[in-house]
Design a protein around this ligand. Structure first.
Ligand code: NAY
Length: 288
């Protein structure tokens, strides 16, 4: 399951409904043009936490139907309602998703026993492999090496999507768990994570910059660090411009300028005004 996975964005219409044709185009673009190894579906970049359970299921169905077995598929099923997480996990597993992933439960400041129980309870009822989704900046949940070790005691937990700028912890996890999968979650730090021997990366900007991400990762694996650094530099110029203009909205505008109907973001996310749409188009022309 290693390699470069796009954290898939989702196309919505003005009413916040999933735009099926647009979502299919996004899937095809990632597979055929960006040539990534897999798709991470209904993550943060897919605006998962803004969607109803029915919408999430629809996205799982459409993506699997479009991607078939062309690339690996990971279904992010984490939800505060654990029954919903289980239902989504079973649903995606039946559809044939290669693994599920769940964000650490957030908002109520759960203690670690509760976090561990969350994963183990889901996995008692979902017959699939699990990748922990750790993103402390958004969830407020930071876990120590020892806590990762406790989660990894469950053999169905095969790895972690590590979205944090803590390279000390990343190195410790890599060293302690050579057989677990580690996916780097910050695209702007891909090379640094690759040097520490992660197994892959999952990122939002791969929707538009997946080919460069693959190059960075492969060059790092071959030890060609200077060349990888050049590509990470251009990548980070692009990411800095995207972040300054509005992350998911700008990715969508860039895709539109490439003929992909990436649609709008779902409220309460706001969409870009005319100046920012123009800026997104300039970013596309400059870097892609
Ligand atoms: C997700 O689930 O979609 C992700 O977390 C993918 C990781 C991204 N994090 C967020 C919060 O969007 O790709 C990163 C991130 O957008 C990128 O590195 C720019 O900072």
């Amino acid at each position: 399951m290693n390699g470069i996975y796009t954290a898939l964005i989702c196309s919505f219409d003005e009413k916040g409904k999933v735009n099926e044709a647009g979502l299919r185009e996004i899937v095809r673009h990632n597979i055929d043009v960006q040539q990534v190894d897999g798709l991470y579906v209904n993550g943060s970049s897919g605006e998962n936490f803004l969607m109803s359970a029915d919408q999430k299921k629809k996205v799982f169905e459409i993506v699997k139907d479009e991607a078939k077995n062309d690339v690996k598929l990971i279904a992010q099923i984490g939800a505060l309602d654990i029954d919903e997480a289980i239902e989504l996990g079973r649903f995606a597993t039946e559809l044939g998703y290669d693994a599920v992933s769940a964000v650490t439960p957030f908002y109520y400041r759960f203690d670690f026993d509760e976090v561990r129980d969350y994963y183990n309870t889901i996995l008692e009822q979902v017959d699939n492999k699990m990748i922990i989704y750790s993103i402390p900046a958004l969830t407020g949940v930071s876990m120590s090496l020892g806590q990762f070790a406790e989660l990894f005691e469950n053999e169905k937990i095969i790895g972690v999507k590590f979205t944090a700028p803590d390279f000390f912890l990343l190195e410790r996890i890599r060293h302690a768990f050579p057989d677990k999968l580690i996916f780097s979650g910050f695209d702007e730090m891909l090379l640094s994570a690759a040097v520490l021997d992660v197994d892959g990366a999952i990122g939002s900007t791969f929707n538009v910059n997946g080919r460069r991400a693959k190059q960075i990762f492969e060059l790092a694996q071959e030890g060609r660090i200077k060349e990888a650094r050049e590509i990470q530099k251009v990548t980070n110029d692009l990411i800095a411009d995207i972040l300054a203009n509005g992350l998911y909205q700008t990715i969508k505008e860039i895709l539109k300028s490439r003929g992909v109907d990436a649609g709008l973001c779902k409220k309460p996310m706001k969409n870009l005004d005319a100046d920012r749409v123009k800026k997104a188009q300039e970013i596309a022309k400059t870097y892609l």
